[in-house]
Design a protein around this ligand. Sequence first.
Ligand SMILES: [Fe+2]
Length: 225
Amino acid sequence: MKYEKIFYYSDTNFLFVLREIFDKKILKEKQRIILENQEMGDLGIFDDSIRLNPSWFDIWKDVSLPEKLSEYNQLIYPPQIRKLISKECYVPFHQDWKYLSKDVIPEKFHERFCVCFLPLNNEPSKYPTVEFVNNSKQTKIEHKERFKTKFNSFYLDGEFENIENFNLDFGDALIFGNEVAHRTLAKDYHRWGRLSQEFRITDDKSRIVGKDYYNMITNKFDIYL
Ligand SMILES: [Fe+2]
């Protein structure tokens, strides 16, 4: 496993590429479950009947994050799982803090979290992934709202420079702070077929009482009481 630090300006404004971080055998098993399952929710996001299985966290056993991110050790349950076989899903620029903010979901509001995007296609670079704005001065920006659902409804207006994108292999992942502006990377010739998971990772202090987390230190899945 090796980490490529792309930038680290603060604990909410950073991006790392995690190479060969996950066990490919376990990942293949997750890929198979996603491919075989026909149940699917809005915009290619699997619904709770699939997402709520705690075994999605198996891949995190014995995985450690870069030293700078060591406080991020509580994986928020459940993960996001996407299967965009025939649907085009282009998500415009946004920052993820907005999606877990107090005004959007007061009942699941996390003060501090980051996001790990994990592609599950065999050759992720042939499918849509994510690209990021590298801006040392970036902080929270107010979002515009497209429509009244919690999925993909917020976006940022305006132009962004210094965009970073990557060729990813099976087993690689991207981890980024929740104030990093990002959008779908979809080259013209491959806009469909993305399989991916997104895990949100918080710290001990930001946990919500009564919610489930996977503790990356103890490798245990538990309700925070
Ligand atoms: Fe996002």
